[in-house]
Design a protein. Structure first.
Length: 351
């Protein structure tokens, strides 16, 4: 790895990865291509470990002329592809952007990599960051998702990610493009856009707003601290084999409702406001097609690369809540826009 292109590096996981990689490998030059949708923010890229080795490029992964130029001009040898539309609820209300970015955008990047690296795949890697949601929904007794679990996506978001995964693997089998894929579970940590469960609950609770629990709140996610995820991707880049897929999970699987209770308990301690924050919990209409349970089997990445998560939910959640409490200016910058108010209205007003 010498010249790295990170796509979606102004978003939640991408910006955490930029920080992580600059610390783990201080000599690499990182080029960060992000179109700055509602979910991307330059706030996420403030105070980087080494700004001189980070070049931000604003643009769309679906712009083939731009992507071709970037790969050639900066002699990119490694692509780490995070850019995506990433929120299930938004995919229900507006699926077109998911098809555009997640499927066609990934296709554009793959074509550009194939052309720029044609004839010399040595030392090159296209790493695709995907999700466990491609595997569908588990019953309480089903075994956890492994790398060989059949795909059964059930939302426009997961269907678009599944499609992109298939394209990435097709480029390996058909053209020999050196790819790797990680399918990870729900991430949480600093700088996550407050449309996702954990930051939404923290920021709503601090403002005394209702905490909307979809349905009975007995859905299960496998929570992965973002720094652990970054470490897994880094290991796959360095030691993972071309063409391979690795599942990455946190091993923490509470019911949503218990997770929100835990957030409230941490806030009662760190940010007391008179009444228990849990009083704000409100059951609202469920998400259509809501996947009931996700769980990840990390046997492969543990056995082959020695990875396992360092954070349990107790330590990760506390660090996360502390970060949002300590960074109110970040929250104001990313939620203060009209787009955010419009989103809350579109998704919650009629529930
Ligand atoms: P995010 O929504 O926080 O960030 C996405 C970033 O991509 C934003 O900065 C946005 O501006 C950028 N982007 C969107 N469309 C673009 C386009 N057409 N061109 C260029 N940039 C564009 O997402 P995230 O949570 O950081 O997720 C990153 C990746 O990880 C995604 O591929 C997502 O599917 C995957 N993933 C996320 C989670 C999770 O829990 N957050 C779990 C599993 C997999
Ligand atoms: P989310 O963070 O949107 O991630 P995903 O849908 O990709 O798993 O949601 C996590 C879980 O929390 C999911 O079961 C839906 C639920 N949820 C709520 O109960 N209320 C909310 O307001 C949100 C955003 C999510």
């Amino acid at each position: 790895m010498k010249n790295i292109l990170i796509t979606g590096g102004a978003g939640f996981i991408g910006s955490n990865f930029v920080r992580y990689l600059q610390t783990a490998e201080p000599d690499l030059h990182l080029y960060n291509l992000d179109s700055l949708t509602y979910a991307g923010s330059l706030e996420n890229l403030k105070d980087l470990p080494d700004p001189s080795l980070h070049t931000f490029l604003q643009g769309d992964i679906g712009d083939s002329a731009l992507v071709n130029r970037i790969l050639r001009e900066y002699e990119i040898d490694t692509i780490i592809h995070f850019a995506a539309e990433s929120h299930v609820d938004r995919s229900i209300l507006g699926p077109a952007a998911f098809v555009q970015t997640n499927i066609l955008g990934t296709f554009t990047l793959l074509e550009a990599a194939k052309n720029a690296w044609a004839g010399n795949y040595n030392g090159k890697r296209f790493h695709h960051v995907s999700t466990d949601e491609v595997f569908g929904s588990l019953s309480p007794t089903d075994p956890a998702f492994s790398e060989t679990t059949p795909y059964e996506p059930r939302s426009p978001y997961s269907a678009s990610k599944a499609s992109s995964d298939h394209l990435v693997r097709a480029y390996f089998h058909t053209y020999g493009l050196p790819i790797s894929v990680t399918n990870c579970s729900n991430n949480y940590g600093p700088r996550q856009f407050p449309e996702k469960l954990i930051p939404l609950m923290v920021l709503n609770a601090v403002q005394g707003k209702p905490l909307p629990i979809y349905g009975d709140g007995k859905q299960v996610r496998d929570w992965l601290y973002v720094e652990d995820h970054c470490e897994a991707i880094h290991l796959v880049l360095k030691q993972g084999k071309d063409g391979e897929t690795y599942n990455v999970g946190g091993g923490n699987q509470p019911y949503n409702i218990d997770l929100v209770q835990e957030i409230c308990a941490i806030l009662d301690e760190l940010h007391p406001q008179g009444k228990p924050h849990a009083n704000l919990m409100t059951h609202v209409q469920d998400r259509p097609g809501h996947d009931r349970r996700y769980a990840i089997d990390i046997t492969k990445i543990h056995a082959e690369l020695g990875w396992q998560p360092r954070h349990d939910i107790a330590s990760g959640l506390r660090a996360t809540v502390e970060w949002y409490l300590q960074n109110p200016q970040w929250a104001q910058a990313v939620t203060g826009k009209e787009e955010y108010a419009n989103w809350l209205n579109a998704n919650y007003a009629r529930r």
